[in-house]
Design a binder for this molecule. Sequence first.
Ligand code: ADP
Length: 167
Amino acid sequence: MSEKEEKIAIYPGSFDPVTKGHIDILERASKMFDKVIIAVLKNSSKKSFLPVKDRVELIKQSIKDIKNAEVAFFEGLTVEYARKTGAKFLIRGLRAVSDFEYEMQLSQANMSIAPDIGTVFLITKPKYNFISSGIVKELASYGEDVSKFVPESVVEYFKKQNKKGTI
Ligand code: ADP
C-alpha cells in the first residue's frame, strides 16, 4: 500500500516586513495542510525595504510555535518554486475587493501556466483588514510604535534599526 502523499502548500509574498495579518493566514493554512512553506520573494524588479535575509529571519522568529511551517526565499516564478518543493497549492490572503481583482488575475495566470497547482484564498480577520507591509513601513520610518501590527521580532528589529538611524 502506498503512503499518502504529503499535502504541501506555499505561502508566497514579499513579507517586507511580515505582519500579524500574514501570521494569522499562515496559522490557519497550517491547519489545512501537512506542511506550509512561507516563500519570500527575492524580487529583482520591486525594490524592497528590508533585505531578503532579514525578511526571512524575522519570519523564522515569528513562526516557532507553528510546527509544520517553514520559511525560505526564492527567485523567479512562484509556480516553478512550488514544483521544486513538491507543493500543489499556493496560499494567498484577501483583505478587500481591491486585493481580489489582482489576486484573481494572478491565480488565473498561474492556472494557465501550471494547471497542476491550485490557489487557496483565505479571507483576513476583520481586525487585520487594514494592515499592510506598506503601512507598517511608513509608520516605522517615522519611529511610530507598530507593535499592534507586527510580531515581536519585527518590533525589536525596528527598534535596533532606529537606534542605528537606518530607517
Ligand atoms: P505581495 O507582494 O505578493 O502582495 P505581501 O507580502 O504584501 O506580498 O502579501 C503576501 C500575501 O499575504 C498576499 O496574498 C496578501 O494579500 C496577503 N496579506 C497581506 N497582508 C494581509 C493581511 N493583513 N491579512 C491577510 N492577508 C494579508
